[in-house]
Ligand binder design. Structure first.
Ligand code: CP
Ligand code: NVA
Length: 314
């Protein structure tokens, strides 16, 4: 496996390896501090980022490498140079490329034309590195035996909901996306892929439109912003109205298992997708989850550059 372009590029063994090493990096961040010695990693972002940018830069530093951060408007790509030419040029200087942008097809094209590993750091369709941090956080809390547990995402059927369903399916989990019907439901092609993966892994994938039924007996309630980067502000009122029933409230939490937790990829909007008392309450794992963005990206860079990941043709 050269690149991580989509969550579904990973097989379960890859995820287990990445989480084991990330757990190690959590206690011993400088364990492999020469792995990227004398190497540079480019981070190219056409959308804002707090966690992904900073965790990537610190992960690279902890591995002994040099991050080169490039904003969307700083490359000749914005002036018509092709993605293929850009990929070849960056491959000549750097050891890996981390990219955050809008179209998944642009990330795929970079991967196809770069000779170095390309890592998807969020597109409109997916956010694979986020889900590595999420699953390490889940594993720390519940251990490896997740039999009988239900992992529920509530809100917009966006990039995070897609990655949630696919990663849950890979891990053999019972995963649910509770979303409105229609425009803000997850992409049916992603749901189909998740169901296919779950059929082989022993997992279960459900898309529900009733937030209370989804929350009942859940181990995790997870949510994300209602307006994603790049979403049209013209649709805001209509979208907020449709998503309101999926807000993670104390009432929804009261329906979950006793040992349930709340998760959020962040940034959060208290009073919209989650009540302040929930995200700032005792069940919330958001700080540990955000911390693991660094440990998991560090692990991903480490293993991808060593060629340790098998990948999957899900
Ligand atoms: N969760 C996440 O990707 O955060 P940033 O947008 O701040 O990188
Ligand atoms: N769905 C959000 C995730 C932010 C990490 C977005 O794409 O803006």
């Amino acid at each position: 496996m050269k690149d991580l372009l989509r969550t579904q590029d990973l097989c379960r063994a890859d995820v287990e390896l990445l989480l084991d090493t990330a757990a190690d990096f959590a206690t011993n961040p400088l364990r492999s501090n020469a792995a990227l010695a004398n190497k540079s990693v480019a981070i190219y972002m056409t959308k804002p980022s707090t966690r992904t940018r900073l965790s990537s830069e610190t992960a690279i530093a902890h591995l002994g490498g040099t991050p080169i951060f490039i904003r969307g408007d700083e490359l000749q790509l914005g002036r018509g140079e092709t993605i293929a030419d850009t990929a070849r040029i960056i491959s000549g200087y750097c050891s890996a490329l981390i990219i955050r942008t809008f179209a998944q097809s642009d990330v795929n094209e970079l991967g196809a034309n770069a000779s170095i590993p390309v890592i998807n750091a969020l597109t409109d369709d997916d956010h694979p590195t986020q889900l590595l941090a999420d699953w390490l956080t889940i594993r720390e809390r519940f251990g490896k035996d997740i039999t009988g547990r239900k992992f529920v995402y509530l809100g917009d059927g966006n990039n995070i909901s897609h990655a949630w369903l696919i990663m849950g399916a890979i891990m053999g989990a019972h995963v649910v996306a509770a979303t409105p019907t229609g425009a803000w439901a997850p992409d049916p092609r992603v749901v189909e892929s998740a169901k296919r993966i779950a059929a082989a892994s022993g997992g279960k994938v459900e898309v529900l439109h009733d937030p209370e039924a989804a929350a009942k007996d859940a181990s995790v309630l997870y949510t994300d912003v209602w307006m994603s980067m790049g979403d049209s502000q013209d649709q805001r009122d209509e979208k907020v109205l449709a998503l309101s029933p999926f807000s993670v409230t104390e009432n929804l939490i009261s329906l979950t298992q006793k040992d349930s937790v709340f998760m959020h990829c962040l940034p959060a909007h208290r009073g919209e997708e989650v009540e302040a008392s929930v995200i700032d309450g005792t069940k919330s794992l958001i700080w540990r989850e955000a911390y693991h963005r660094r440990t998991t990206i560090q692990s991903l860079l480490y293993h991808l550059l060593r060629g340790d990941l098998k990948g999957s043709s899900h």
